[in-house]
Write a protein that binds this ligand. Structure first.
Ligand SMILES: [Zn+2]
Length: 127
């Protein structure tokens, strides 16, 4: 079977484990791979920031309860969140950075803001 360079497609001669015809092609290929991964991170981060902004805008004007359809209509993407917190009372909060919400029945969400999780991390770093 003919083997070709993963970057430029040139025919490969020599060792059967060779993947590239040159160091230049290896570099091109790896740079492209890194860029794609960075795009992924950038896109996810943009979505997280958008979600956070939506929650923050609502919360900071005193809007602490919203129907999930209304949140969705504002562009909120429920797939992306930063962490989940379950309280002693077994309430499950889904957070986007310091803003979070929990289901409060009939499709309504209760909003909250908390730095508790971050403070916990900082304490652990100090000790
Ligand atoms: Zn090549």
């Amino acid at each position: 079977m003919e083997r070709v360079c993963l970057d430029c497609g040139a025919r490969l001669l020599g060792r059967s484990d060779k993947k590239f015809c040159s160091d230049q092609c290896r570099n091109n290929y790896n740079n492209r791979l890194n860029r794609d991964q960075n795009n992924y991170v950038r896109n996810v981060h943009a979505q997280l920031r958008r979600n956070r902004k939506i929650l923050a805008d609502l919360f900071e004007v005193g809007h602490h309860r919203i129907h999930r359809d209304a949140l969705f209509a504002q562009g909120y993407n429920f797939t992306f969140f930063t962490h989940m917190v379950e309280t002693k009372e077994r309430l499950r909060w889904s957070y986007c950075f310091e803003y979070g919400f929990r289901e409060s029945g009939d499709g309504y969400l209760e909003l909250t803001r908390s730095n508790a999780y971050l403070e916990l991390l900082v304490e652990e770093e100090d000790s």
